[in-house]
Design a protein around this ligand. Sequence first.
Ligand code: GAR
Length: 211
Amino acid sequence: MSKMVLGVLASGRGSNLQAILDAIDAGRLSAKIGVVISDNPDANVIKRSIEWDVPVVCIERKQYESKEAWETAIADELNVHQAELVVLAGFMRILSPYFVNRLSGRVMNIHPSLLPAFPGRNAQEQAVNHAVKVSGCTVHFIDEGMDSGPIILQEAVPLEEGDTPETLAERILHVEHVLYPRAIGLYCEGRLKVEGRRVTILEKGEGTHEN
Ligand code: GAR
């Protein structure tokens, strides 16, 4: 069976992109990255994509008059590369309902908290300031809200005495790098059944595109 084509949207460092590339390289994830799109010309993720010989395009918001025109350019680029699943990997802009509906059910995000706790920016700082004992990360489909779409996978990460937002972010990031490729793999195998906001993980062999 042919490999599912991923389109990755990223704004910064690109360690999650790296984790996805590593998982593909190691044979743990049967997928192919069709294109990486960044909104930030200085993003490290652009450098990483070039090093890995992955097609990369920068589509800056400021080049477009409206948000819809910018999002249309992104969606068109994803189409050109025949992306079947869109993976947000540290993409720091909110996508409008126009984009969400255009790519309905085909966009995943990773967020560094146990949603619905601490949505939005600086999730790790929110967790430290709230003095919770446990935070973590969540992979979810996007919907029209802020980090509110159907949850695919979550994993808890304990806070430790003296944690700063940075130390917590680092500990969560290690878990993200395992969780995201796993969630993408489940999608690629057709093992995610979405009913309303409930995502059921089908047994191996029950999926619609096993490979
Ligand atoms: C990751 O921690 C990711 O969960 C977070 O940004 C970081 C990106 O790191 N995303 C969000 O906060 C989205 N709301 P990376 O560029 O090294 O993958």
